[in-house]
Write a protein that binds this ligand. Structure first.
Ligand SMILES: Nc1ncnc2c1ncn2[C@@H]1O[C@H](COP(=O)(O)OP(=O)(O)OP(=O)(O)O)[C@@H](O)[C@H]1O
Length: 480
């Protein structure tokens, strides 16, 4: 009986708690506040009072439960509140880059959750879940020896109407709720504080960002090649809080071009790049991929934001490589590369794996196809990430500081792969601090400072006396 009750109650708690955990991390306020209310109520009132409530109040609503069913309901709903917190912690422990990597492939939120986020969150969730289950087994004995006896006693008293047992329980519940509310508020404050302290800091600045006067005229030169335009960003801007990370900026990338974006730390390079595939939605402006607007559709002459599914579809056409690789940790190299093909292109598994292996061979990893990310070096992981970004046959690849997290010896193995695919004609936009790479590979060099594009020149002119003084000062600083 103990095992049966514990298993059923734990199952109710785990299933319901998983839903609550997802709701707690949801961007929808209605969902997260409903889940928070549930947790507050069930964590804040004593189990015995809840069981008593179910036992005495539910029959009045026409639902009569047996003693065991009442106990199951009480234990299950309480466990759901605890599991909700545990699942939320597990989901929050999965780095944001995993979600961004999935979004950059164009995976739908449900698939991302099921295939990428939840399996990783399980590693954090499983130990406390085991712990809770041990507790649950013991709680069933409490239920049997104390709660049921108490239930029967109170029920008899209620029937005889000689005491105010129910009121006493209600008053006790209010007190507990007040205590738990205070603790919840303290816990929230602590979590907020820790979240702020733990926020990723930008890599060390190589040149201090200087404020620029608002009326500065950027030295912009539009590309002269007449290949068709692949990415067309117009007037995109982005603010974080009150801080303008990106002033209204244009960027045009033509088919086969390699555009390298250089600039001091904090100058808005990554923000510009991340708006190009809407991983970071811009506040204003438009991005067109092969002429198709990524964020907007036009209805009755008005501009309307496209739905997430439509944005995902267009986004699939652009691959992205992240600084910290963003490989899905629970999948092998081959599975990482094949996931988008199987889930989005609906390719049969065998065919997707064959294509994944061919791509991994192309980046020099034919022997590591079965390795998990932890078994690979940084350079190898980044090459898997490049193969994965190529898997969807994108019209362009975006690289966000692809070598910044690598040891100096492995930087070149990644740059060599990037050089090879650039020579194969892949359209690329690269944010990097590797000036040498820009000189060798770029067709155009964009220089950013304080959220503005200050230079956009063909490579030969960018590295000549013709370049703006600010860019030459930046190069001198790096040389030094
Ligand atoms: N998610 C965010 N929340 C708040 N501020 C942000 C966020 N992302 C970027 N910023 C701010 O926007 C500005 C531009 O950041 P961005 O990462 O684009 O610069 P960057 O040139 O790529 O820098 P780095 O070379 O150091 O990566 C910085 O001041 C940064 O602190």
């Amino acid at each position: 009986m103990t095992i049966w009750v514990a298993v059923v109650a734990q199952t109710i708690g785990t299933v319901l708690g998983t839903g609550l955990g997802v709701m707690l991390t949801s961007k929808s306020r209605a969902l997260s506040w409903s889940a928070q209310f549930y947790l507050w109520l069930f964590k804040g009132t004593p189990l015995l009072a809840q069981i008593l409530f179910f036992y005495s109040a539910l029959p009045q609503m026409g639902l009569r439960l047996s003693l065991v069913a009442t106990g199951l309901l009480g234990l299950g709903l309480n466990e759901a509140a605890r599991m909700g917190d545990i699942v939320r912690a597990g989901l929050m422990a999965v780095p944001d880059e995993q979600r961004e990597a999935a979004a950059s492939l164009g995976l739908r939120p449900w698939i991302t959750f099921r295939k990428v986020i939840f399996p990783q969150a399980m590693r954090t969730i499983l130990p406390p879940l085991g712990n809770n289950f041990s507790y649950m087994i013991k709680a069933t004995s409490l239920l049997a020896t104390i709660s049921f006896a108490e239930l029967l006693r109170v029920s008899q008293q209620l029937a005889q109407s000689t005491t105010h047992a129910l009121e006493a329980y209600c008053a006790a519940s209010v007190w507990y709720l007040a205590l738990i509310t205070i603790w919840t508020l303290i816990q929230r404050r602590l979590e907020k504080k820790i979240a702020l302290n733990g926020r990723d800091t930008a890599p060390a600045a190589n040149v201090a960002v200087q404020a620029l006067p608002d009326d500065i005229r950027p030295a912009i030169e539009l590309p002269t090649s007449d290949a068709p335009v692949t990415i067309e960003a117009r007037n995109i801007s982005k603010q974080f809080g009150g801080h303008t990370a990106l002033h209204p900026t244009d960027l045009i990338v033509r088919r086969g071009e390699v555009v390298v974006i250089l600039g001091p730390s904090g100058s808005g390079k990554s923000t510009l790049l991340r708006t190009l595939n809407w991983i970071e939605p811009a506040d204003d402006g438009d991005i067109r991929i092969d002429g198709e607007s990524l964020p907007w559709r036009f209805a009755n002459g008005r501009r309307v934001r496209r739905g997430d599914a439509a944005i995902n579809r267009t986004r699939q056409r652009i691959g992205m490589v992240f600084q910290h690789f963003g490989l899905f940790k629970t999948y092998t190299a081959r599975e990482n590369v094949a996931l988008g093909l199987i889930k989005l292109k609906k390719m049969p598994r065998a065919e997707a794996f064959a294509k994944a292996e061919a791509l991994l061979t192309r980046v020099g990893l034919s022997k590591q196809v079965g390795a998990f990310p932890v078994e690979l070096s940084g350079g190898q992981r980044q090459r898997v990430a490049i193969a994965r970004a190529l898997s969807m046959d994108p019209v362009a690849l975006l690289f966000d500081e692809p070598t910044s997290a690598l040891d100096p010896e492995t930087v070149n193995e990644v740059l060599n792969v990037m050089t090879t695919i650039a020579h194969e004609g892949v359209t690329m936009v690269v944010v990097t601090h590797e000036v040498g790479f820009a000189r060798r590979i770029a067709d155009r060099v964009v220089f950013m400072e304080a959220g503005r594009k200050l230079m956009d020149l063909p490579v030969a002119r960018a590295f000549s006396a013709e370049a703006p003084e600010r860019f030459r000062a930046f190069l001198r600083h790096i040389d030094a």
